[in-house]
Design a protein around this ligand. Structure first.
Ligand SMILES: *Cc1c(COP(=O)(O)O)cnc(C)c1O
Length: 395
């Protein structure tokens, strides 16, 4: 009998991961995502989640979700184009549009789906997509699903972007420039005003993925476009509802024209069931809380600044982050994973991030400070970094 079912080629690759020191089991979270969590049976400080505002277990969001379960049940029952388009989905889109100060917002089941669906819907053969080299995996996959040509510019490098525009723009019909608003691995902000100026000079559309900017940057977390006051000059502004907003889902904010078209052509919405009603209910509370007050975003930035200063003072390399994302760059892949494991043993959970998520030799642990952390918890975390850094001779 053939041994095809043994999947030998995959087993070999798994062995290689083990040899490279990057093989891992998934950590198991028992209970809600909060500043302190029970992970693999042990209580630790959580510096790994994207729950920037502490909304994932907030009573008001939970109430919002429960109300919708009582009224609508748990599943939407169909894709939106058949009978899964509930009034609360449209209500949520209107609220998101208002929050983002745009004409319209189109809802997806996740941020990943949003990139997978939107990019292919708005481009075609004969178009050019120009993308930052550090853009998120879901953008890369979204671009792969198109029939357009692609070009990559050096990270945040406007000379590199303009060189591509000069050389290639004339050969194509439409051109779309795509960037993360906040880069998820380094925490730096895209030079959006410069990108928009270049885009307008060369008649290109602009697309900003604000997964890490939503609920973080701009007035009360309205995002990178609001932060730079570029309303009306970015065509597609993507946000997730899964990170700071605390629930699940994604959307693209922009013009009514965009909305109408995506209603007909966004494949993840056409062929996958719509967002569960409870999620819509919880998200609406989240957005309303942000529209009512800047309390949560203020606390987030205050905590982030506090933590970053303390880590920097210890001598760690925290890179060039401009946002609450705080990388601690170690370099070597295996050493990075060991640092993460030792931090966990000492009571702090910070996931190690290595190739292929970041370039080889730039392994880091990525600290995600949130509005939900107390100063006391942050102080304790800093103590653990100091102890672990000394243990491993990193300081
Ligand atoms: C996390 C992330 C996504 C995916 O968002 P989900 O809502 O979790 O699917 C997309 N783009 C970027 C830049 C991200 O960081």
């Amino acid at each position: 009998m053939s041994n095809v079912h043994e999947l030998g080629f995959i087993k070999d690759r798994i062995e290689q991961l083990k040899k490279d020191g990057v093989y891992r089991k998934l950590p198991v979270l028992e209970g809600p995502d909060e500043a302190e969590i029970i992970l693999n049976g042990k209580k630790v400080i959580n510096l790994s989640s994207n729950n920037y505002l502490g909304f994932a277990n907030h009573p008001r969001l939970k109430e919002g979700a429960k109300k919708m379960i009582d009224k609508y049940g748990v599943g939407a029952g169909a894709v939106r184009t058949i009978v899964g388009n509930m009034d609360i989905h449209e209500e949520l889109e209107e609220l998101l549009a208002k929050f983002k100060r745009e004409e319209a917002a189109f809802l997806y089941q996740s941020g990943f789906n949003c990139n997978a669906g939107t990019i292919q819907a708005i481009t075609e053969k004969g178009d050019l997509i120009i993308s930052d080299e550090l853009n998120h995996a879901s953008i890369i996959d979204g671009v792969r699903l198109t029939k357009s040509d692609k070009a990559i510019y050096k990270h945040a490098d406007m000379d590199s972007l303009e060189a591509i525009l000069k050389e290639k723009r004339g050969d194509y019909k439409n051109c779309l420039i795509i960037t993360d608003g906040v880069f998820s691995m380094d925490g730096d902000i895209a030079p959006l005003p410069d990108i928009v100026n270049l885009a307008e000079k060369y008649e290109c559309m602009t697309y900003v993925d604000d997964a890490h900017g939503s609920g973080v940057l701009g007035e009360s977390g309205r995002g990178t476009v609001d932060h730079f006051d570029l309303h009306g000059r970015v065509d597609f502004s993507i946000g997730t509802l899964s990170k700071a907003i605390g629930v699940i889902g994604g959307y693209v904010a922009g013009s009514k024209t965009m909305y109408e078209w995506l209603n007909h052509r966004a494949r993840p919405v056409l062929f996958s069931t719509s967002l569960m009603p409870a999620a819509a209910g919880a998200i609406m509370e989240s957005i309303k809380m942000l529209m009512e007050s800047t309390e949560y975003t203020d606390r987030l930035w205050d905590n982030a600044k506090y933590f970053k200063e303390k880590l920097g003072a210890l001598g760690f390399n925290t890179g060039h982050s401009q946002t609450p994302i705080t990388p601690v760059i170690i370099g070597d892949e295996a050493k990075t994973m060991e640092f993460s494991r030792t931090l966990l043993e000492n009571g702090v959970f910070v996931s190690g991030i290595v190739f292929p998520t970041v370039p080889k030799g730039t392994g880091r642990v990525r600290c995600m400070v949130t509005a939900g952390h107390t100063k006391e918890q942050l102080d304790r975390a800093v103590e653990v970094f100091k102890k672990t850094g000394e243990q491993m001779n990193l300081l």
